[in-house]
Design a protein around this ligand. Structure first.
Ligand SMILES: *Cc1c(COP(=O)(O)O)cnc(C)c1O
Length: 433
């Protein structure tokens, strides 16, 4: 395969400069392109479905800031909301109307969220939800699933997905065994394993936390009855069910995976889309559980920038637009994603390349494996070298996929017919190399 022909001289220079100040030149590991090779383009600006790098190259974006950009980059209503809010002050450290306004929109989409609290990231949302579940139940153990990523809080960095899976890190250094010993990591889509865990630790499991559709091992769908089974087992054993919808919330439908699959969790964690691209996370659910939080209850949780006015304004604008146009937006996302995901899959198969496509709504993954992918072990059968070659070829053709086999790709409403054709042409070229 020929080496990429794109000139990334300025990006390379900026990467070198960044490396002298930032470990690996990045603030989040998978941005470094270690898993796929080549130079990571440095972004100059983004608009709609496209990113432009500092070398003047344009890329069709398939990671959408890892999820938030469901309506494309620099979406005008969100830009305007942020600009207006900024003129009134960037942060107050005191209450303002925007917090309840965004909370009300969230609740309209997620009826299971009776009360919620805003934080600044998905990591914080999941970490806080776990603490709350432990405080509410008075139990220690947390049940999670292999390949699911719930942010990088110590207790959740056990067999985690995303960058942890990408770099093959079994559990992070710096997390004491004593911290991780109350986290049980089980295979996804295996209810018998969950039953077994409850039997082994009777009355000790505080919560089950799960990505209802896994995105952080690449996209993996729940088997029929799996989520219902988790709900039933949690209820039966007095544990809380936490659906981590940081990725799926407002993406699979307005009400996330829980609306799609009709599952009512005790707690939900949100992030990404809810902040319109600004740093926001949230966790919420049953009022009696949420009222365990300080200042009402004994579980402490706080944040200097929580409920930040710019972030609330961006979130309100993004959610209001999604709510107002949901009947157009979600079917369009579905149709575009289907055309791209199945179109590229057909090209791969025509070229004799084994490829398994997992897709739901506007998230999908092309796994370079010949077998179905229903859990992390299946995902790990992927030929990551073949994925890396594909990634480089697509990037060279102007299509920027998430730079790891173990990440979901995302489509926005800014992706349309031209973008479908552009992607298929790029893939045709990539597979023929
Ligand atoms: C991205 C993600 C997180 C972590 O959110 P950050 O904002 O990156 O801290 C947690 N859970 C899921 C399911 C995610 O996709």
């Amino acid at each position: 395969m020929p080496l990429p022909t794109r000139i990334l001289a300025r990006s390379r220079a900026l990467q070198q400069r960044a490396e002298s100040f930032l470990p690996g030149g990045v603030d989040s590991p998978v941005r470094a392109f270690r898993a796929v090779g080549g130079d990571p383009p440095f972004v100059e600006r983004a608009e709609g479905a496209f990113l432009w790098d500092v070398d003047g190259n344009r890329y069709l974006d398939f990671f959408g800031s890892w999820g938030p950009m469901i309506q494309g980059h620099a979406f005008p209503p969100v830009v305007e909301a942020i600009q207006n809010a900024a003129t009134r002050g960037a942060s107050f450290g005191a209450s303002h109307a925007g917090e309840a306004n965004l909370a009300e929109l969230v609740q309209r989409c997620f009826p299971s969220i009776e009360k919620l609290r805003f934080v600044s990231s998905g990591t914080e949302a999941c970490m806080s939800a776990i603490r709350l579940a432990r405080g509410f139940t008075g139990r220690k153990f947390v049940l999670k699933f292999e390949g699911c990523y719930h942010g990088h809080a110590d207790a959740l960095l056990v067999k985690a997905g995303s960058g942890v899976a990408t770099f093959g890190i079994p559990g992070s250094a710096g997390v004491p065994e004593e911290t991780a010993m109350h986290t049980l990591a089980l295979p996804y889509n295996d209810l018998a394993a969950v039953e077994q865990a409850f039997a082994t630790h009777p009355g000790q499991i505080a919560c089950i936390i799960v990505e209802p559709v896994v995105g952080n091992a690449g996209t993996i769908l729940p088997a029929t009855g799996y989520l219902e089974g988790l709900r039933a087992l949690a209820t039966e054993h007095g544990a809380l069910l936490i659906l981590d919808e940081v990725m799926t919330g407002f993406r699979l439908s307005l009400g996330g995976a829980q609306e799609l699959f009709s599952i009512r969790p005790d707690l939900t964690t949100l992030g990404k889309i809810v902040g319109g691209g600004l740093p926001v996370g949230a966790f919420g659910g049953r009022a009696e559980v949420m009222d365990f939080l300080a200042p009402l209850g004994p579980v402490y949780q706080a944040g200097t920038l929580s409920g930040n006015p710019l972030a609330m304004a961006a979130g309100i604008s993004q959610l209001q637009h999604l709510i107002d146009h949901a009947d157009v937006i979600y079917p369009k996302l579905e149709a575009t994603t289907k055309a791209i995901a199945t179109g590229v899959e057909a090209l791969a198969h025509a070229a004799g390349i084994p490829l398994t496509t997992n897709r739901i709504g506007s998230m999908f993954t092309w796994f370079f494996t010949g077998q179905p992918v229903n859990d992390f072990e299946d995902a790990a059968t992927s030929d990551t070298a073949a994925f890396a070659r594909f990634h480089r070829a697509m990037l060279d053709a102007g299509v920027w996929l998430p730079p790891s086999q173990y990440e979901a790709a995302f489509i926005s409403t800014a992706h349309g017919t031209d973008e479908i054709e552009f992607t298929l042409a790029a893939a045709r070229q990539a597979f023929s190399l």
